[in-house]
Design a protein. Sequence first.
Length: 448
Amino acid sequence: MHSPPRAGNDLHMPKFTAYDGTELAYHLKGTGEPLICLPGGPARAAAYYGTLGGLDAHHRLVLLDLRGTGGSAEPADPATRHWYRQTDDIEALREHLGLDRVHLLAHSASGNLATLYAARHPARVRSLTLIAPGSRAGDDPDRDLADGHPDGAFDPAATRAALAVLQAPVLVLAAPYDGGPRPANAAELAGIFPYDAKADAHHPWLDDCGAFVRTVRAFLDPDILGLDADGVRLAYRTWGEESAPPVVLAHGRGDSGADWALIAERLAATRRVYAPDFGGHGLSDWPGEYGFEQFRNQLSAFIRGLGLDGVDVIGHSMGAVAAFLLAADEPELVDRLVIEEPPPPFPLDTPRPPARREEGELGFDWPVVLSIEAELNAPDPAWSERLAAIEAPTLVIAGGPGSHIPQERLARLAGRIPGARLITIEAGHLIHETRPEEFLAALKDFGI
């Protein structure tokens, strides 16, 4: 065995020796936690993976050339090219890299190989991602894992029995074309795995790089959870004990649930904190159509999807609008409401100028900006009328003269909400980031 290599570039192709003496090659791309990637087919090298749509920016991709492909040698015994025998190559690669457990990703037919490896070495798998796996991955009764048939065959019953002790999460990505599971049966395929298996309808990386990378990143991050909310998969983070009183944090435009980390960590001393990424933001779905009503609906579906009867809701900017619309429309869901620097739902004296997109990659979907700007320039008249329907005790936190939001309009908004309190923390628009201690003190004084 060779020593584990240092990080390399696209041309770097280290090699290691398999148990039977065959020299195998792999490619390293990117930095971060290693992700072993198996190419889709016994005769296909790993080069076609590229950067997996940009996933290399977040994980160190270990792209294995299966024996007899790419830079890997032809085995002396052709029978060792069968899937069952090649599980030994994955185990040898794991040892070569010095990893106790591995994140494993497989495409197309190599889903069989990854599944076989998980069945043979369940304690060595941290996660299993199957991208449009071949139809035989667990549903062909002629394949027999139990006796190690030389062509790697296995049957569903034997596979389920071997996977019974697997304690690694599994993600099955569906494909919209022949050769992989469609969304309708991807969940059935995920059902062969007994622990934390899920199916997702997103396309492979060649169809939609952004959706693919967000989905896989969220899956591989143990701190990110997912929930279907009004037809949109929302990624979210949690802090605190599950039994503690819940509070939901709704972020502003262009941000994500991670924006609340400092506040959430402090609240977690006494509260169960939930911070979702709205659609079009962070690691959630980017459906392409946005608006305050859609975000309100997502917030409602998120709270209901968690099975919570009523929560305290804290919203910033765009998220504050979604929060007060929710409190007005579904008062049973909101116990206390805190809205930090919400754009008031009143017509502007001077419309906002057209927004300009920043250069480079964004952590949110640009159409969010265009949609929200249009609604701020021409708000629905019903929104201001709905303020009077809010029943929850409400705290409005203004940022003072340093904010781009006219403070007199915030005072007008607070006056429309029955019994609302208005306080000012002179920190500009990003109060919870700029003055977190004062922000937390205001929450505590309000009973949160």
